[in-house]
Design a protein around this ligand. Structure first.
Ligand code: HAM
Length: 543
């Protein structure tokens, strides 16, 4: 259905108070028979990961927003634009009051024509600032050390001061516009002031796994912790094919004291084994090393200096021009076709690694060769999350279209320590997009996961019914999928239904069968029909 018709349908007049609900934009239902393939895939992935001795970890789907902001990075799109922030924790009286003041501000309709509305608006902001200040002094609200999309209270104060100044100015032709802007700025700032205990739906799970690792002192368990997870993630992205607001990831993380490149290579090998089981043939593994805290800053400066050169700068689009100052590494990630020739010629991070990172990267490549995992070195692969260092990788598939990343991951030594955990814990992991894997499996047309109904029980007559119930249970206990109609059906109708739902066999139970203590079984594909006893039946309908 096109967007246009969808919208028109949504806007149909509501009749008699009845309203049809629809799944929220960017979310979707996965119905049978498609769900069978999802289950097959999850089972297969668990099997592969468990064969590499990974064990499942389940973490909550919402966490403190600050956890994600600190891990993924405040300047990334995932945190800045795409996080689903939940309401604050109302347990705290002071926080609750601030939340309510904030809500009032949101709903005040401020208009210069109604001076009392301005007074009310400014008054609530003043009260908010006063309460915020006192809550902070009492330690109820921590001043946030990180900006990550939040606004500081002094920024709100500043917006409030500007509004006050504008109210004192003569109301000439530009006044209304300045007034509207100042009001919008105040509303924006108050909506984004940091309040303690903001929670967010998880946009990914690496941060949660590290949080859980620290919280449960998992470093005291023997050896590396090899953990995997399966579940929904949430990002407010622009929905399109292969990109959803609720999507599903399967991921794995290795946390421990070693950063041996063999760990990185084994993790990648595991992914390629899974791709093999899914019989996806068209894929490419891209690898890179993005250095460490030692060598990356020097490279970033070099890159910035290169990008600032007028002959290069003038050829960049506005986004990349801005990023030259804010985060030049992101320029490498640009997908704009006209920027590609420039990016090709930029200095490559792999040529500016320190000796240790160089050695780590070389060993990784040897380890991948040893495991016969083909890869393409991709110097521009920098990834969209800030916690990475050294190894980064992605597997892409051309069958997916624009959103071509099947999975991505990398090393994040230092993240556990940054989140307040023990020193010296290293980490590496990946997450794959289940939605995209399913698309690739469907495209490859090699896996059929739909489970047919093995036996349709066609029964007629009061005497046949108890026997039908009993035999259905016997077959189900033996692992067969059985459909037992709740109501008597004429045999003709029963055959029709069995055929429609794709049953393999029809078990016929009528008065004759009860009398002879035999059942009749018809195999729908061949049309063959046979009489048999119960013992033979179990064997006969074996899948
Ligand atoms: P990511 O690259 O942001 O990494 O996501 C991993 C995969 O999730 C992507 O390659 C893609 O297949 C899928 N994905 C991401 N966003 C969407 C979306 N909106 N709709 C459908 N699929 C999507 C991470 O999340 C890291 N936590 C991976 C990691 C684990 N790194 C280390 N450990």
């Amino acid at each position: 259905m096109s967007e246009g018709t969808k919208r028109e349908k949504d806007e149909r007049p509501v009749k008699e108070g009845r309203r049809q609900f629809r799944a929220i934009k960017g979310t979707r239902d996965i119905l049978p028979p498609d769900s069978a393939l999802w289950n097959w895939f999850e089972k297969t992935a668990r099997g592969v990961m468990e064969s590499y001795n990974f064990a499942e970890i389940r973490t909550p789907i919402f966490e403190e927003a600050e956890l994600f902001a600190r891990s993924i990075g405040g300047e990334t799109d995932v945190v800045n634009k795409e996080m689903f922030i939940l309401q604050e924790d109302y347990e705290n009286k002071e926080v609750l009051e601030l939340v309510q003041l904030r809500q009032r501000i949101e709903y005040i309709n401020v208009s210069a024509a109604r001076p009392e509305s301005i007074e009310d608006f400014a008054g609530v902001i003043d009260t908010f600032l006063e309460r915020y200040d006192s809550a902070q002094k009492k330690g109820v609200i921590r001043q946030n050390e990180y900006s990550y999309g939040y606004v500081m209270s002094d920024e709100l104060q500043e917006a409030r001061d500007i509004l006050r100044d504008i109210l004192r100015m003569p109301r000439d032709s530009g006044w209304q516009e300045s007034f509207d802007l100042a009001v919008a700025e105040c509303k924006h700032d108050i909506a984004h002031v940091f309040l303690q205990s903001r929670n967010a739906l998880r946009p990914e799970a690496t941060a949660s796994v590290c949080r859980a690792y620290i919280e449960h002192g998992m470093q005291t368990r023997p050896g590396d912790q090899k953990l995997y997870y399966v579940g929904p993630m949430f990002r407010r992205e622009r929905p399109q094919k292969g990109r959803y607001r609720q999507f599903y990831q399967i991921g794995a993380e290795v946390l421990g004291t070693s950063d041996a490149p063999a760990i990185d290579a084994e993790l990648i090998e595991m992914l390629t084994v899974l791709i093999g089981r899914c019989q996806i043939e068209k894929w490419t593994l891209l690898v890179n090393s993005i250095g460490c805290a030692e060598c990356r800053p020097k490279y970033v400066e070099l890159l910035r200096a290169e990008l600032r050169k007028p002959e290069i700068f003038s050829k960049l689009g506005p986004d990349s021009q801005r990023r030259v100052e804010t985060n030049p590494l992101r320029v490498m990630d640009s997908k704009l076709p006209e920027e590609q020739p420039i990016i090709e010629k930029l200095p490559k991070i792999s040529e500016h690694l320190c000796a240790e990172c160089r050695e780590h990267y070389d060993k990784l490549k040897k380890e991948l060769d040893l495991r016969k995992v083909p890869f393409v070195e991709t110097p521009r692969l920098v990834r969209g999350l800030d916690y990475y260092m050294r190894t980064t990788f992605e597997i892409t598939s051309p069958v997916l279209g624009a959103q071509n990343a099947l999975c991505g991951g990398g090393r994040y030594d230092g993240l556990v320590e940054m989140l307040g955990g023990p020193k010296g814990i290293k980490g590496i992991g990946f997450a794959l997009g289940e939605d995209r894997f399913i698309d690739a499996i469907v495209e490859a047309k090699k896996i059929d996961a739909t489970r047919a109904v093995d036996v349709f029980v066609a029964w007629m007559g009061e005497k046949a019914y108890p026997e039908a119930v009993r035999l259905a249970r016997v077959l189900r206990d033996a692992g067969r999928a059985v459909e037992l109609p709740a109501k008597e059906m004429k045999f003709g109708k029963a055959f029709e239904r069995a055929d429609k739902i794709g049953a393999r066999h029809v078990l016929i139970l009528g008065e004759d069968e009860i009398a002879s203590k035999q059942v009749t079984v018809k195999t729908l594909a061949s049309g063959e029909q046979k009489q048999m006893g119960e013992a033979e039946l179990l064997d006969y309908v074996r899948r």
